[in-house]
Ligand binder design. Structure first.
Ligand code: IPM
Ligand code: MG
Length: 349
């Protein structure tokens, strides 16, 4: 198998963590007879600095010519702290998602025994937690009509169509079928009309998946349940902004947001990225946790059908974790650098 990968390292710690994932992909390629061709392109603040555009046309072309996209992170404080900036790094990421129709963002929340202590939750609440969030990624408030109506008022619109809900709901139901057969639809149907449409559509679809138990939960309650009894979740299905917020919250259970991978998929090319941001304070220091990006590379392998290779990467990460070969966010003692952790994973492979 030969795969062309567009590498969009982006800003902050992005380049450092992406370098480790590439290292791991090269090693797994040698072991499983897979070959990868990596082509770098700009996105985010570094793209604005170089071209004035957070998603230059050249980057879109590189992605179009690839089989998958591996992304680091976008964003810098320079733009975060300037609400009047017209061009922002995040726009590059949002346009990329829209351009390639990446409507489903899959975020697995896995826990590791070795890290129970690193979680702010009590061990008895963390034990056995294993769920996956299907976050809608190209609709809702992120992409609805927005603007200013005069100097003192502004609006953002949430809108969803039946087909936008159906396509991701099918994916989530199928995922539930291959897991513990439990799907939780998270919404705010007591207030939002779009949430009532989500319920209507998902109820109809549920008939085609009689083996899956469907539960509906309001988002405020879900925010509480994720902390109180996270073990109850198997597959969570939700709209764009609720998914953004709940997955940051859920990451805390695992001990570090630096651990969590994600896949953004649609009907064509897919993209793989850690869920953490660009962590500018850590950029260039060699302290960023590369596991989220390495595990995103494992999701890329799975998505390409290389399941054995994907499993090997996950096992190598677990082995490094168990041996305490980790970065400072989860070390609780002697910490290793980003590159040393990447080397450790390669060693286990
Ligand atoms: C994420 C991020 C992005 C989002 C930002 C950077 C636009 O928080 O991928 O979760 O809100 O989708
Ligand atoms: Mg987010």
């Amino acid at each position: 198998m030969h795969k062309k990968i567009a590498v969009l390292a982006g800003d902050g710690i992005g380049p450092e963590v992406v370098a480790e994932a590439i290292k791991v992909l090269r090693a797994i390629g040698r072991k499983f007879d897979l070959s990868f061709e990596f082509t770098e392109a700009l996105i985010g603040a570094c793209a604005i600095d170089a071209t004035g555009d957070p998603l230059p046309e050249a980057t879109i072309e590189v992605c179009k010519a690839s089989d998958a996209i591996l992304l680091g992170a976008v964003g810098t404080p320079k733009y975060d702290n300037d609400p009047s900036a017209e061009v922002r790094p995040e726009q590059g990421l949002l346009r990329l998602r829209k351009t390639f129709g990446l409507y489903a963002n899959i975020r697995p929340i896995a826990t590791y025994e070795r890290l129970y202590e690193a979680s702010p939750l009590k061990t008895e609440r963390v034990r056995g937690v294993d769920f996956v969030v299907y976050r809608e990624l190209t609709g809702g408030a992120y992409f609805g009509e927005k603007g200013r109506t005069g100097a003192d008022s502004a609006f953002d619109t949430i809108s969803y169509s039946r087909s936008e809900i159906e396509r991701i709901a099918h994916m989530a139901f199928k995922a539930a079928q291959s897991r513990r057969k439990h799907l939780t639809l998270v919404d705010k149907a007591n207030v939002l009309e779009t949430s009532r449409l989500w319920r209507e559509v998902v109820d109809v679809l549920a008939k085609a998946y009689p083996d899956v138990t469907l539960e509906k939960m309001f988002v405020d309650n879900a925010a509480m349940q994720i902390i109180q009894r996270p073990v109850q979740f198997d597959v969570v299905l939700t709209e764009n902004m609720f998914g953004d917020i709940l997955t940051d919250e859920a990451s805390v259970i695992t001990g570090s947001i630096g651990l969590l991978p994600s896949a953004s998929v649609g009907d064509g090319i897919a993209m793989f990225e850690p869920i953490h941001g660009s962590y500018p304070q850590a950029a260039g220091k060699g302290i960023a946790n590369p596991f989220g990006t390495i595990l995103s590379a494992a999701m890329l392998l799975d998505h390409s059908g290389a399941h054995e290779a994907a499993a090997a990467v996950r096992e190598a990460v677990t082995a490094a974790l168990n041996a305490g070969e980790v970065t400072e966010d989860i070390a609780g003692g002697r910490a290793m650098s980003t590159t040393a952790v990447g080397d450790a994973v390669v060693g286990y492979l």
